[in-house]
Ligand binder design. Structure first.
Ligand code: SIN
Length: 331
């Protein structure tokens, strides 16, 4: 693969660093404990202060949320999208960095890329070890994220971790413990950061053509109190239609937000256990959108003749859920 040497950044532009919590802001009782900590404890201001390389840069720092990202929700995504859009609209701001937990960083990145398609860089970063660790990985990741956000020509939403730059559409957390916990599947990383220098392997994610972000998609999201209800199911040995029937019965009771879609993580090329498939066909016949994705960590679902569901996704199951929910938004 031919590496593209990127142009170094200029100094005169501001960056905004938004904090949302995560292990990068985690605190443990013992310095040697990399797993028994509480995420989302240290302020983003303190995280920035802990990185000497950032001391003399023009930065604005803001705490948008303070949570363990396993608890991420639409309200935080909306608040984040508002702040990111606001700061990207400032003529003095070059880009935005977001500190985030690793567990759902790929979902937040995908959401922001889908909604904003920013023409400036939005760089999410994280850590696998808490801020109190003997050797925390957060400070280096934050420093690398800032280097990416200051890169001339950078655009779109990316995730920076362990020296790698991943595109929002491709990145997936693949390891429970290692500091290089992310992978971009068949696409591979967009590039890497080496001693503060960015080396690109392929183009930045696509951006909106006019302005600094896609205002119309952002407006649709902000006008919605909730994301349309889309649930995620998995096909597996012994799978049956029980969950689908329970969802349909609950939806018919009118007691919950109406079910609009089901994403199913199928086996292989989106295939389904026959018992689950029968139930999903019933759901589809009742007007529920059913989208096939795959449990496989690499590859995509390829549509084929004779397929009984009209929608297949090349995204991971969790990103397929977001894509379908956004597609179902009114407007
Ligand atoms: C989280 O996702 O907030 C906790 C786990 C992590 O950041 O590694």
């Amino acid at each position: 693969m031919q590496a593209i040497e990127a142009v170094p950044a200029q100094d005169a532009q501001r960056l905004v660093i938004l904090g949302t919590g995560g292990t990068i802001a985690g605190r443990a009782a013992l310095a040697g404990d990399n797993v028994g900590y509480v995420a989302g404890q240290v302020s983003v201001g303190d995280l920035v202060d802990a990185v000497p390389m950032l001391k003399h840069l023009p930065l604005d720092v803001e705490q948008v949320a303070q949570l363990d990202s396993k608890d991420m929700n639409f309200d935080v995504w909306k608040a984040l999208a508002v702040q990111v859009a606001f700061h990207l609209g400032r003529s003095d701001v070059m880009g935005v960095v977001i500190t985030h937990g690793t567990d759902t960083i790929e979902e937040t990145a995908f959401f922001l890329q889908s909604v904003l398609k920013p023409a400036k860089p939005v760089v999410l970063t994280c850590a696998m070890r808490p801020a109190t660790a003997l050797v925390p990985d957060g400070p280096q990741n934050l420093s690398d994220a800032v280097a990416v956000a200051r890169q001339v020509g950078a655009q779109g939403v990316v995730v920076v971790c362990a020296g790698q730059i991943h595109g929002a559409d491709d990145v997936t957390k693949v390891h429970t413990y290692r500091v290089d916990a992310f992978d971009s599947g068949d696409a591979g990383p967009l590039g890497c950061v080496e001693e503060g220098m960015v080396r690109l392997f392929r183009p930045w994610p696509g951006a909106c053509l006019a302005g600094s972000f896609d205002a119309s998609a952002h407006d649709r999201v902000q006008a919605s109190l909730v994301l349309p209800r889309v649930v995620l199911l998995t096909s597996h040995a012994d799978a049956d239609g029980l969950m689908v029937h329970a969802l349909l019965a609950q939806a018919a009771s009118g007691m919950v937000q109406p079910l609009r879609g089901i994403v199913v993580a199928g086996t292989g090329n989106g295939t389904l256990h026959k018992n689950l498939e029968i139930a999903l066909l019933e759901a589809q016949a009742q007007g529920i959108r059913v989208v096939l994705s795959s449990r496989c960590v690499r590859g995509r679902v390829l549509a084929h003749l004779g397929q009984r569901f009209s929608e297949v996704s090349s995204l991971s199951p969790v990103k397929s859920r977001i894509a379908l929910a956004l597609d179902l938004l009114p407007g």
